[in-house]
Ligand binder design. Sequence first.
Ligand code: NAD
Ligand code: ZN
Length: 340
Amino acid sequence: MKTLSKQHPKEGIWLTQTKRPQCGHNDVLIKIQKTAICGTDIHIYKWDEWAQKTIPHGMTVGHEFVGTIAEVGAEVRGFKIGDRVSGEGHITCGHCRNCRAGRRHLCRTTLGVGVNRPGAFAEYLAIPASNAFKIPDDISSDMAAIFDPFGNATHTALSFDLVGEDVLITGAGPIGAMAAAIAKHVGARNVVITDVNDYRLSLAKQLGATRTVNVMNESLKDVMGELHMTEGFDVGLEMSGNGSAFESMLENLNHGGKIAMLGIPSSDTRIDWNQVIFKGLTIKGIYGREMYETWYKMVAMLQSGLDISPIITHHFSINQFQEGFDAMLSGKSGKVILDW
Ligand code: NAD
Ligand code: ZN
């Protein structure tokens, strides 16, 4: 079968042939229809320090996908051939305390599809059946292909009550822009989103942000004045991984404010603990998606009118994968879909 994999220890990704994976007793084998390119895939493409440390030679990459079930393992219940599914790219151990308590996103020994084990940029993917998620008929395959990052946005945005609140999102990448749409959908008042990239801010605007701010040429304080926000933001969603964005979030949150932190900062990022302590802030780290509360919430929000479709800006066939990666690398894209 065809796969996109990391064949050489340098920048790039390669379309190659490999053997179809085996479907274990507890697995489902999925015939992939569509995949989407994640920021993680770009780290692997660029072969940065993290990728060099983490990705084994020849690894099939990718973890954002939708497909149909082609084979069902002998022990599997609840799935049948032909079911349309997406799935969790975090494979958890199943026997640690958190897994057993149903908090699988907090498993201590998570393995990543397309990072630590063969991924979804392939004609077929085998994963544990408990990681597959059935997609209702009224949800498009394009949407289902991006449930992984949409799930990051959902997990983060729904971490704190947003009804009637003023929300600051730092970073209008695909995940930040989707979070803006979610925050508006669930009833936030002002959703202000920052970035340094105007293309991305315009996508966030299209998705429903109240106000976008390019921090290179506008001050967040001025925007808060314009919106008559005298006390500060109630909730912050950090989605840039940028230290100065996080610093401005700390500065502009009201006392008692809450922060859900998804963006991954560099190890030398400093934090002004005085802001945290004297303002009584709550900071919650967010990893992945809740299994499977987040997945049910995504379905429910789409079925109740949430429209995040403008976040998909590009479609390519798998043979044009290089154009897809180039679109992601340009910074002028939302989600990029590759059709298999
Ligand atoms: P992305 O890199 O596409 O988006 C980040 C955005 O932040 C970019 O648009 C960038 O221009 C913007 N940015 C840079 N400097 C900024 C500044 N000073 N102020 C405001 N914005 C600034 O990433 P994404 O795919 O949307 O993911 C968002 C973040 O979440 C990334 O840091 C990613 O690594 C992280 N992530 C974490 C998890 C998790 O499980 N915790 C999962 C997926 C992604
Ligand atoms: Zn576990």
